[in-house]
Design a protein around this ligand. Sequence first.
Ligand code: SAM
Length: 265
Amino acid sequence: MTDRLITSLTNDTVKAVRALHMRKERETSGCFLAEGLKFIGEALDQGRTPKLLMVGEEARPHPLLDRARTETRAAGGEVVVVTHAILEKISRRDNPQTVLGVFEQTYTTLSSIQPATAPCWIALEQVRDPGNLGTIIRTADAAGCGGVILIGDCTDPYSVEAVRATMGSVFAVAIARATPAEFLAWRQNWPGSVVGTRLDATHGYRDAAYQHPTLVLMGNEQAGLTDELAAACDVNVKIPMRGRADSLNLAIATGVMAYAVTDAA
Ligand code: SAM
């Protein structure tokens, strides 16, 4: 089958994909943009096919690209071929990826989370930096965590920047959203330890006894974990700060905690 060729920067499909850089458009469409064959491969491996597969004219033949074309069409999606200029415009980069996919966003509800399926789950309060959130999703995947719960007003996990930082783990990690009140109510039934992370904690992160499944709460980049959420934890822990830095970057601190908990499993 011959793919539709698009050459105009003002084509409606191109405009709709470019608009996915804007949160409002992502919320309206329920879609997000993933760039690169690695991402497309991760998605296909998780049973997720793009609604739209966009292939650059200069894309080299690759078995994974053939698979993506076949599976996209089989699932009712569209495959289009576009010019390099269109890829640059969409990616806002001089050296864009030659394959892009538009996927449906997926969120897990708190009630459908099954804590016992993983030793560690990560909850983030008002994470604001898309790079941090994407890195945390990637790290949660790498460490073997079950998923990431976003509490309160968080940055969009499906922004182009956050998705890029996940390196494909956005397709592998369950993502849930909750208000603080919803989270606090749900936390009441958590079967293992609930561990907060605070700079003023007196327990060291290696001293705490983590009863699995462990739910680890991380605070906002500026304000830290609020008193309200810290009070809902069984214990709050601190990672030692041995030099002059007063705190770790949120994503780094999450990585330290995720491995401490999963290694203790
Ligand atoms: N000024 C903020 C504060 O007072 O908490 C700093 C926030 S820190 C950049 C962002 C988050 O990373 C914190 O809320 C906490 O979850 C985690 N974090 C960073 N360094 C940490 C440490 N040494 N021990 C425990 N958690 C830490």
